[in-house]
Unconditional design. Structure first.
Length: 277
């Protein structure tokens, strides 16, 4: 099964960003991908975290909707593929902050699941004049999410989540066939850790991983690392787009993954995190 990681340089112009996302999803489908993943913040790279509220939508599952959710649904239906909608800002009842929601749509355009980013990026980057406080404008998610799709059971994670291996183990325990990660890694942290973290999460779980990233210089002054990739269950890089907008297309072979896990049963050898007899 072919999968695609979409790489974008998202701006502050939402209609332009949605048009770019649609174009790249079309490229993914034309390349034969059955599933495509958009990067974090694909609809808007805001100047301030609180700016996301201005374009935030009411969840369609709560009788809401909007142009971002409509685009994701229509693209999945038109192209006949599963689409992972990076993250979009959704309104949270009783909150001034928004949720960073990753929405999953099936090939018929129906929504299959929603994951809200659990780990928020509240850090100062060591060795760089750069700090971030996502919690100023976003509320954290609370639920680990694995979404059944025609492409398999998808464990969904976002950016900073990649640094927390326990999340990925929880997704494995919930039956995830493979992982998707939508990200907007900074250049300093990307250069230091992106490839290392992607491969570690794949290797320790013997699990394919599709990672979609933001790249380049953004209007808000942020510089993102790119290097969208598809990683196999043994930690090998199957595909990578280092720079520029576009897609990285690779193949997921769940039969091979099952053979690797049978021959190298590290997941069965787990002791910590399981109830001991």
């Amino acid at each position: 099964m072919k999968v695609a990681a979409v790489q974008m340089t998202t701006s502050t112009d939402v209609p332009r960003n949605l048009a770019t996302a649609q174009r790249l999803l079309r490229d993914a489908a034309q390349a034969g991908a059955a599933l495509a993943v958009l990067p974090e913040n694909f609809a808007l790279m805001s100047r301030q975290e609180r700016d996301k509220r201005a374009i935030a939508e009411v969840d369609a599952a709560q009788n809401g909707g909007g142009p971002i959710q409509d685009m994701l649904s229509a693209s999945a239906r038109e192209l006949g593929i599963t689409v992972i909608g990076g993250t979009i800002p959704l309104l949270v009842p009783g909150e001034t902050r928004v949720a960073a929601a990753s929405l999953v749509y099936g090939p018929d355009g129906n929504r299959l699941g929603r994951y809200d980013k659990i780990h928020l990026f509240d850090v100062s980057v060591p060795g760089a004049a750069e700090s971030h406080r996502e919690s100023a404008g976003m509320t954290p998610g609370r639920e680990v999410v694995v979404v059944p799709t025609p492409a398999g059971k998808v464990g969904v994670a976002v950016c900073y989540d990649l640094r927390f291996p326990e999340l990925f183990r929880r997704m494995i325990d919930q039956g995830a066939d493979f992982f998707v990660v939508s990200a907007a890694f900074t250049v300093p942290t990307g250069e230091a850790h992106w490839d290392l973290l992607l491969r570690a999460r794949a290797v320790e779980n013997l699990c394919y991983l599709v990672a979609s990233a933001q790249v380049g210089e953004h209007e808000n002054g942020r510089r993102t690392y790119g290097h969208s990739a598809v990683i196999d269950c043994w930690g090998a890089k199957m595909a990578e787009l280092v720079a520029g907008e576009g897609i990285a297309v690779g193949e997921i072979d769940l039969a091979r993954q099952a053979r690797v896990r049978a021959e190298f049963p590290a997941l069965e050898h787990r002791v910590l995190g399981r109830t001991l007899d």
